[in-house]
Design a protein around this ligand. Structure first.
Ligand SMILES: *Cc1c(COP(=O)(O)O)cnc(C)c1O
Length: 410
């Protein structure tokens, strides 16, 4: 049975990787090797000439990486077809981290003199990569309120060298959402490609290729791995020719390859993606509702609430609402600190998408390097607390929140 006939997310994540395996091992082997052997000079020459460069040198590819890549390809292309009705094929490249995958994305699509358009409220590392590294490399980076279509059009017209529009939706930590389909229509009408950071939604909730995206990016460190056991990034593209040539070339020359052990951890983690996401999402809805009615809370950002400014966009493009929320206490930053210190079940840590609930403070942690005046423009205030809702039993989570909020009010 080929991947194209598999319909369900769990079937994909349980069975795709097992095809990359020659020795009847039930789980995907960890190919801990830097290089691969040839039987003869002739065989070596043929393998170097071939399409499949995964059995030459591990910076170029490795069977354990391939197993992870094939699984993510199947997830992102699941149920999608080309214009002529044939199943959509996409190519994934596994990297050492999200940042490494994003570097390959930007450097293979942009060179000095080109322009990149993106929006506010991005992951801190993405914004820094744009403003500190790309800017120095001569790429013009423009961050705008991309919900304003007239402004987007105006920006494109004023910058005819725009090659890429990068979206992050939902965006961490205020859960702002961008209408992927609407932006793709405008971009494509001007010959511009669109990349989408799908880290927070995962292919369980949202498939950007269905909405017109040219590239999909993941920090697979988060929900795809799910257990916080390793860092990984993945870049997927639907222009196979481009992915196998220019993008692949930048990937192997920048050297941001993954390693076999981390790829194995990712494959194992993804097996329960669907089960985890169902529980993450249902817990997040309950936690957000609980917090919303609590007298100590000023406001909660959760796309499932009709009061969230992008509730309609989220409903349009996501299957359910993402399990990431942020909130502010009425007591501001001081109450927030007390709350973070008082939690007993929730884990105090940055990152997101792990099986346990994580709480962090964006202003002093993930978004520390973004100037205060700038982050406040898009809602990252000093008192904002971010919560990546885990899969704990909901009674225990609510009890922990209740006791921590009581202490925060003292
Ligand atoms: C974590 C994260 C990244 C960066 O990924 P790393 O794996 O930490 O390099 C990019 N985008 C989003 C939305 C993230 O949450």
């Amino acid at each position: 049975m080929g991947n194209n006939t598999i319909k369900g997310i769990s079937t994909i994540t349980l069975h795709t990787a097992s095809h990359e395996n020659d020795n009847f091992s039930h789980t995907t082997p960890i190919y801990a090797t830097s290089t691969f052997t040839f039987g003869s000079a002739q065989e070596g020459m043929e393998r170097f000439k071939g399409e499949d460069k995964t059995r030459l040198y591990s910076r170029w590819g490795n069977p354990t990486f391939t197993a992870a890549e094939k699984t993510i390809e199947a997830l992102e292309a699941r149920g999608l077809t080309n214009k002529n009705g044939t199943p959509l094929e996409v190519k994934a490249l596994l990297h050492a981290s999200g940042q490494a995958a994003m570097s390959t994305l930007f450097f293979s699509n942009l060179s000095a003199g080109d322009c990149l358009i993106s929006h506010y409220s991005l992951y801190g590392g993405s914004q820094e990569l744009m403003q500190k590294v790309l800017n120095e490399a001569g790429v013009k980076v423009i961050l705008i309120d991309i919900h304003n279509e007239a402004l987007l059009l105006e920006t494109i017209q004023a910058n005819p060298n725009t090659k890429l529009i990068h979206l992050e939706t939902p965006a961490n930590p205020t859960l702002q959402c961008v209408d992927i389909e609407a932006v793709c229509k405008i971009a494509h009408a001007h010959g511009i490609k669109v990349s989408v950071d799908n880290t927070v939604a995962t292919p369980y909730l949202q498939q950007p290729f269905a909405l017109g995206a040219d590239f999909v990016f993941h920090s697979a460190t988060k929900f795809l791995n799910g257990h916080g056991s390793a860092l990984h990034g993945v870049l997927l593209g639907k222009d196979l020719e481009l992915m196998h040539t220019k993008v692949w070339k930048w990937h192997v020359l920048l050297g941001g390859n993954s390693n076999a052990f981390d790829a194995y951890l990712l494959i194992q983690g993804m097996k329960t993606l669907e089960l985890r996401m169902e529980k993450h999402c249902s817990n997040a809805k309950k936690v957000a509702t609980y917090l919303q009615q609590h007298p100590a809370i000023a406001h909660v950002n959760y796309t499932g609430f009709t009061t969230h400014p992008h509730h309609t966009i989220a409903n349009k493009q996501m299957k359910q609402h993402a399990p990431l929320i942020s909130f502010e206490l009425k007591g501001g930053i001081e109450a927030g600190k007390k709350f973070i210190d008082a939690v007993e079940i929730c884990t105090r840590a940055v990152s997101l998408g792990t099986v346990d609930t994580l709480v962090s403070h964006p202003a002093s942690m993930t978004h520390m390097s973004i100037p205060k005046t700038e982050r406040e423009k898009y809602g990252i205030t000093d008192g904002l607390i971010r919560m990546s809702v885990g899969i704990e039993n909901i009674e225990d989570l609510e009890a922990d929140l209740a006791q921590a909020l009581a202490k925060a009010q003292l």
